[in-house]
Design a protein around this ligand. Sequence first.
Ligand SMILES: *Cc1c(COP(=O)(O)O)cnc(C)c1O
Length: 496
Amino acid sequence: MSLYYKSTRNSELRVTASEAILKGLAPDGGLFVPEKLPILDVPMRELGKMTYQETAYAVMKLFLTDFTEDELKDCITKAYDDKFDTEEIAPLAKVDGVYYLELFHGATIAFKDMALSILPHLMTASAKKNRIENKIVILTATSGDTGKAALAGFADVEGTRIIVFYPKNGVSKVQELQMVTQKGDNVDVVAIHGNFDDAQSGVKAIFEDKEFAAELAEQGYQFSSANSINIGRLVPQVVYYVYAYAKLLENEEIGEGEEINVVVPTGNFGNILAAYYAKQMGVPIAKLICASNENKVLFDFFRTGIYDKNREFVLTSSPSMDILISSNLERLIYLIAGEDSAKTRELMEGLGGSGRYTITEEMKAKLDDFAAGYSSEEETAEQIKAVYEKTGYVTDTHTAVASHVCGQYQRGTDDKKKYVVASTASPYKFAKSVMTAIDGKYAASDELVLIEELQKISGTVMPRAIEEILNAEILHTLECDADKMKEIVKGLCISC
Ligand SMILES: *Cc1c(COP(=O)(O)O)cnc(C)c1O
């Protein structure tokens, strides 16, 4: 059966999966959503015996129905190979009774690799399928992790070019080094003077600029997005929730049909939305617990039904979650609005205008599947230290936000279900914050020295991704103001 995609802001629009992947964003500014969420057609017991790659096929084939079996399997094989440092791809670590779903074993040691390892392949396959002759220009705004994962995924992929924008003072030292040392003939990295939301808004504005698109089309270019608004990012993320549940069952950690709770450290709302999709597909997930850092716009939203981005933007130790406009929330809004695209458009225009919107009581009632919490900077640091001292397991700052919220929820509700915490980055990526949390004496040390220290105290080996940047040459030094992004893109595209 064919599955089509429509826009959250226009239900008349109907495109195939490959068209949605190529476009990234719908022409009306909406996000592509499947007309109907598919239901898993393989029993959980059978999935439990599958490899990650086989599970990926079983899940993704239900969403990407215009890909042939060969095309999709080819994308999966190219993506989930020895770029990952474990054959399990997304292993579960049981720590103090909680299951950490480790999504950081890919090339750039953050969970973005789970989707960005496969997106370039889905995109080139989509281009072929739709007979696209233009070069595809990937524009990406990053709060740190997406940028590097997208650069690594698209570097030297034929027929593509990638430009990444990141907030100059809003990413970690390791994150910045990872990006500015990226090799590849088709890659550019630009630091902007502003925060992540400025970068994201700038990219969105370029996508919505039809004149600019026409101008570039004449030169043989067309834009697409590697941001988590692309359905080609979301679909691969559904896979690991199915995989995690199936493995818990296979390993007899849970019984047949037993419900679990999932806790997700959230920024742009892509990861947790994938968990919600997994639930709709039949994975027995009870609560989806949304964990925020001090930029707790989502916590407030779930509590009050009011989304309000008018507040101070806080730079935290979990920078990939320093976001006030959670783009993927639009897909949830659309679902709880009863797939009413006019209503969704109205609310999103409110966000674009006054920076806030209020959902109806009826919509709010449909948010029962979700719970939300947040972790202050102090609580996040305490959580890293507490888990380390009790178990020897070291989590990164983002995972610690979720781990704290997990404990908070358990204590507050006495909900005895098993918990899966999405573990979104390797502690090596945030060595400074992690080590300082464990012991204040590290506060003055250099981040790169602390990486060595982290090896010692955790008894783990430095990931390849870190080793690579230690001596790499800096290749990208471009900077610009947030309102000059379009000029930069134009310059780079004309010159290439
Ligand atoms: C991107 C990111 C997040 C947030 O994920 P969303 O899908 O944007 O909600 C959390 N942790 C890390 C390490 C990330 O890179």
